[in-house]
Design a protein around this ligand. Sequence first.
Ligand code: NAP
Length: 260
Amino acid sequence: MKLKGKKALITGGNSGIGLATARLFIAEGAEVVITGRDQKTLDEAVAELGSKARGYRADVTVAEDRKQLFSAIARDFGKLDVVFANAGIGGRTPTGATEEAAFENIIHTNLNGAFFTVNSAAPLLNDGGSIVFNGSVHNYLGQPGYAAYAATKGGLVSMARAIAADLAPRKIRVNVVAPGATKTPIWKRGARASAGAEESAKLSNFFSSTIPLGRWGEPEELAKAVLFLASDDSSYINAIELMVDGGATGAPFGAAILRG
Ligand SMILES: NC(=O)c1ccc[n+]([C@@H]2O[C@H](COP(=O)([O-])OP(=O)(O)OC[C@H]3O[C@@H](n4cnc5c(N)ncnc54)[C@H](OP(=O)(O)O)[C@@H]3O)[C@@H](O)[C@H]2O)c1
């Protein structure tokens, strides 16, 4: 068991990559706090995860929510060994046609939310702990329409390096896992919620054609990478970005769409 006796916080643990990670952490011996905004999926996730899980409704963008969350963790759960700052949203911000509020919402959630989660968690973290941020291939891809999202995911990587320096005296490691296209509910949220089966299949096939391994990632594959960064298996790995993208950023010319 790679996390026996460890205590972990996973923001956005009621869905997708966060939920898959909560399942794996518990299977590896951890106790887990999960958070999210949606009480219904939070309750369902806690019911599924069982007695090793606790759920707290908390929006990462709301200071009062974070305050209540961390006082509840200190009261009910104690110290933390692992923080997976995973909560995030997508959303398009095409240049020339974007309202400031839409841009700021993405930055506020993905970047401020991640920083202030870790900021509040730091006093509760045991020395020798591990922090993992959830980044993205968007740090590199330059996909049209995603300036804000890309900025947040690139920002997480540089932020992680600075935080790794801040927390080095306490031997707390800080890394980023960077997923490529992964099968989670994020692809059905926002503007994509109304997409029909045909449109979704087209999108799915398009992304598969851009990935050297020719397929999307599974949330469980991301969870394994997070477990690696969270556990002693990565005891000498600090301040890195681990791409988990089927080769999309490292070997783009291996993808069907570019091989021709
Ligand atoms: N799936 C992909 O292809 C992909 C690729 C690259 C990076 N990522 C990153 O992976 C992370 C997880 O996404 P996912 O794919 O697993 O999508 P998901 O299933 O939509 O999960 C997103 C999670 O974030 C939570 N969340 C969003 N805004 C929040 C807020 N303001 N406060 C608290 N929780 C909030 C959601 O909780 P509620 O539903 O309760 O709001 C949900 O649990 C994100 O940071 C995303 O950017 C995903």
